[in-house]
Design a protein around this ligand. Structure first.
Ligand code: NAD
Ligand code: UDP
Ligand code: UDP
Length: 346
């Protein structure tokens, strides 16, 4: 307590990660919706370290204060507890609009809220961008391609989405979000960027958010059965979070206005992926079991990243092995922090 009081009173300086000094001409005021979530918090770190002013807006539906608490009290950082389904009046030069649950169990748990967040919430953020003249980047998703009939998926593919299935609240919500972005661009001259993000993983994913990487790693670390849904022949391509963040920053800064796929094209079946993770956790005694298939589960997914390479000069740098190692180390630490997880199933 004595030390904390000393920090508060300014007798001991508060330690923050190193922040570059930017003069007022270069310093931007950047709004990050969903900034307390997995991807948002990594983006906030980079923006803060580059010396910008960052405002995080989050309702903590799936995010956590802990993801950004290392910035609390910093003069360039602000955090607003707010649900973007309601209007928001702040000033900003740029907006990264990431607020939306992303994990299937999360978005399926409250489909109405998911669609409200992606439609009404996106209208509010576009309205804000219009009012203050901010550039806005919308976090869209590979799910706009649905269960794709074209492989790998280029941005020109219109997708194959079931509009009334269990994933529709998210898939169709994001499709409307894209339509809204281009409608505001055309009619109101709002400057928009649209990132179609493919499966991303890394530290700060929520251990129990139900996505495949967190599930498999948590299971492998505890020698629990690794739960493959369906026959495991469905594929995904996994991008490490720092690569994704670099891609989002490059897209915001580029002059390319159409949607851009951001993801890592290295593709694996989920069955292979279970074995890769098991082999990377030393001494893991888990077995891999197949179970019931998930309704409308996309069967193949791999980004065509030619546009990102050409227009953003971006491609992913972190190998699956390296990214998984960092993520496994993170979840190991999470497990040692608390025994809460021990009796949970994932
Ligand atoms: P996440 O669930 O960790 O983060 C989402 C954040 O948005 C959370 O902090 C949550 O509390 C907040 N949020 C949700 N609804 C809100 C609302 N109504 N008002 C204010 N805040 C709200 O998910 P993530 O993986 O960090 O995803 C971030 C964005 O990227 C999402 O838009 C998601 O659709 C998109 N995306 C992510 C992936 C991926 O693999 N991680 C893939 C495709 C697209
Ligand atoms: N909006 C907001 N913050 C702003 C400006 C607008 O949340 O700074 C909301 C506003 O409540 C509206 C939505 O964004 O519902 C769309 O704004 P727009 O200006 O396009 O439409 P209008 O206000 O004419 O409905
Ligand atoms: N999956 C799985 N076991 C799990 C969690 C997910 O086999 O414990 C599968 C899921 O059915 C899908 C893939 O892994 O085929 C990726 O699922 P995730 O929820 O991570 O993301 P999605 O790409 O489906 O949004």
């Amino acid at each position: 307590l004595e030390k904390k009081l000393a920090v508060l009173e300014g007798r001991i300086p508060q330690k923050y990660p190193e922040v570059k000094y930017l003069g007022y001409k270069h310093r931007k005021r950047i709004l990050v919706t969903g900034g307390a979530g997995f991807v948002g918090s990594h983006l906030v770190d980079v923006l803060m370290m580059r010396g910008h002013e960052v405002i995080v807006v989050d309702n903590f539906f799936t995010g956590r204060k802990r993801n950004v608490e290392h910035w609390f009290g910093h003069r360039n950082f602000e955090m607003i507890h707010h649900d973007i389904v309601n209007p928001l009046y702040v000033e900003a030069d740029e907006i990264y609009h990431l607020a939306s649950p992303a994990s299937p169990p999360h978005y399926m748990q409250n489909p109405v809220k998911t669609i409200k967040t992606n439609t009404l919430g996106t209208i509010n953020m576009l309205g804000l961008a219009r009012r203050v003249g901010a550039k806005i980047l919308i976090a869209s998703t590979s799910e706009v391609y649905g269960d794709p009939m074209v492989h790998p998926q280029p941005e020109s593919y219109w997708g194959h989405v079931n509009p009334i299935g269990p994933r529709a609240c998210y898939d169709e919500g994001k499709r409307v979000a894209e339509t809204l972005a281009y409608s505001y661009a055309k009619q109101e001259k709002v400057v928009v960027r649209v990132a179609r993000i493919f499966n991303t993983y890394g530290p700060r994913m929520h251990a129990s958010d139900g996505r495949v990487v967190s599930n498999f790693i948590m299971q492998a670390l505890q020698n629990l059965t690794i739960t493959v849904y369906g026959n495991g022949k469905q594929t995904r391509s996994f991008c490490y979070v720092s690569d994704l963040v670099d891609g989002l920053l490059a897209l915001m800064d580029s002059s390319y206005t159409l949607p851009v796929n951001i993801g890592n094209p290295v593709e694996h079946t989920i069955e292979e992926f279970a074995v890769i993770i098991k082999d990377q956790v030393p001494g893991c005694r888990s077995t891999v079991a197949t179970g019931a298939a998930v309704e409308d589960d996309p069967q193949r997914r791999r980004p065509d990243i030619a546009i990102a390479e050409k227009h953003l000069h971006w491609s992913p740098k972190i190998s699956l092995q390296e990214g998984l190692q960092r993520t496994i180390d993170y979840f190991k630490e999470e497990l040692s922090r608390t025994t809460f997880y021990n009796n949970q199933t994932y």
